[in-house]
Design a protein around this ligand. Structure first.
Ligand code: SF4
Length: 372
């Protein structure tokens, strides 16, 4: 049981692999008591959830669920199959499963493919993009390398494989500051996220000179179109509306690394998704959190509010990643039906050239070595 006596979703049979009848699926969905999951939603979707769970088990499929997936999709994955893109890809590489369905956007699935080249990696919608990955490619990395010869390139995991293949080392939002410090020399090129780079520049002041696209050069960079939407005045308004004053002991405003620098400064805690989740869990464990707002993708808050029902979460429902939202139950069911009937999986399968896999694997492996 949870310290508060409430049952978090990790104990729900829906998050396990045990076979459930349609009625049991409905009962479990009703138990979630989630505000955005009405009886109407449950009646409309329970049959699809039941079918997905049945076929997932029948074909021994690993179904990876990114933290930004809507609750019904997120809940298809076991606790071990839920997390951020790199953690999920590493988990998948250590499983025996031959089919991986990555409920996230294609750049995430590419990382899974790089780490598990022999497995069949499938996504619900190959057209789902990402404003960071889509707007910065291998040619942009080469341009920066020409502008700053000798400076190592650290690339955020939110990028496509061909851009990673041109970079020296990869990083996640959880380890970027640490990885940067392990690199030789006093300057590092960080791509592609401009806001994250500016935040990192501040964090590493006096230790490392951070060069990034858009700074003193003509190379283009990118920002996350979701986190970009939070402004300083939004945060000030959120503090007032939801009564989360700065420095309050039990009410906290969280911001993601990909937010604007002034938004980070205004927050009570900033970090990666996993760092934010850890901080919330630790505060809940010590009964130190009664109210929170997380300046990030709104379905993260949906999933947090299921995990920590004792915390009053406020959310900005309009701040939804349109790319992540393309991953829907019906599309996931279609993949499994195709596997079940032996149909061609080209529509869903993420493929990469062998030489790109080899080259992109290196910066990821360097990051893993530097993380320990
Ligand atoms: S939330 Fe931002 S970084 Fe994540 S997939 Fe959407 S646009 Fe890309």
């Amino acid at each position: 049981m949870h310290p508060t006596g409430k049952t978090p979703n990790e104990e729900s049979p829906l998050n396990g692999n045990k076979a459930l009848s349609l009625d049991e699926v409905k009962t479990e969905l009703h138990k979630r008591h989630h505000p955005s999951l009405t009886s109407l939603d449950i009646e409309a979707h329970a049959k699809t959830v039941h079918r997905i769970r049945t076929l997932k088990e029948k074909h021994d499929v690993v179904m990876l669920g990114h933290n930004y997936m809507e609750p019904l999709v997120f809940g298809l994955s076991t606790k071990e199959e839920q997390g951020d893109s790199l953690g999920l890809s590493m988990y998948a590489a250590n499983t025996e499963a031959s089919y991986l369905i990555f409920n996230g956007v294609p750049f995430m699935a590419e990382t899974a493919k790089i780490l598990s080249p022999d497995k069949t990696v499938l996504v619900a919608d190959k057209t789902a993009g990402c404003s960071l990955a889509d707007n910065f490619g291998a040619e942009d990395v080469k341009k920066l390398k020409d502008l700053y010869p000798g400076a190592p390139v650290m690339i955020y995991v939110n990028s496509y494989a061909d851009a990673k293949a041109e970079s020296d080392i990869c990083c996640t939002s959880a380890n970027a500051a640490h990885i940067a410090k392990t690199m030789p020399g006093d300057t590092i090129i960080f791509v592609p996220d401009i806001f994250f780079a500016q935040n990192l520049e501040e964090e590493l002041k006096g230790e490392k000179n951070v060069v990034y696209p858009g700074k003193d050069n003509t190379a283009r960079g990118a920002v996350c179109e979701v986190h970009e939407r939070f402004t300083l005045s939004d945060l000030v308004a959120i503090r007032e509306s939801f009564e989360i004053p700065k420095g309050h002991e039990r009410r906290k405003l969280y911001a993601h690394w990909e937010c604007r620098p002034d938004v980070l400064k205004e927050s009570d805690f900033y970090g990666s998704t996993s760092q934010i989740m850890k901080d919330i869990a630790a505060r809940v464990e010590n009964d130190q959190l009664e109210r929170a707002f997380v300046a990030s993708e709104c379905e993260l808050t949906s999933n947090l509010s299921q995990e920590f029902p004792q915390v009053q979460f406020w959310t900005a429902c309009s701040v939804r990643c349109s790319h992540m939202a393309k991953v829907r139950l019906d599309k996931i069911a279609n993949i499994l039906e195709a596997i079940d009937s032996g149909d061609d999986l080209t529509e869903y399968e993420v493929t990469l050239d062998a030489d790109v896999i080899d080259k992109a694997r290196l910066p990821i492996e360097r990051m893993l070595e530097a993380s320990v």
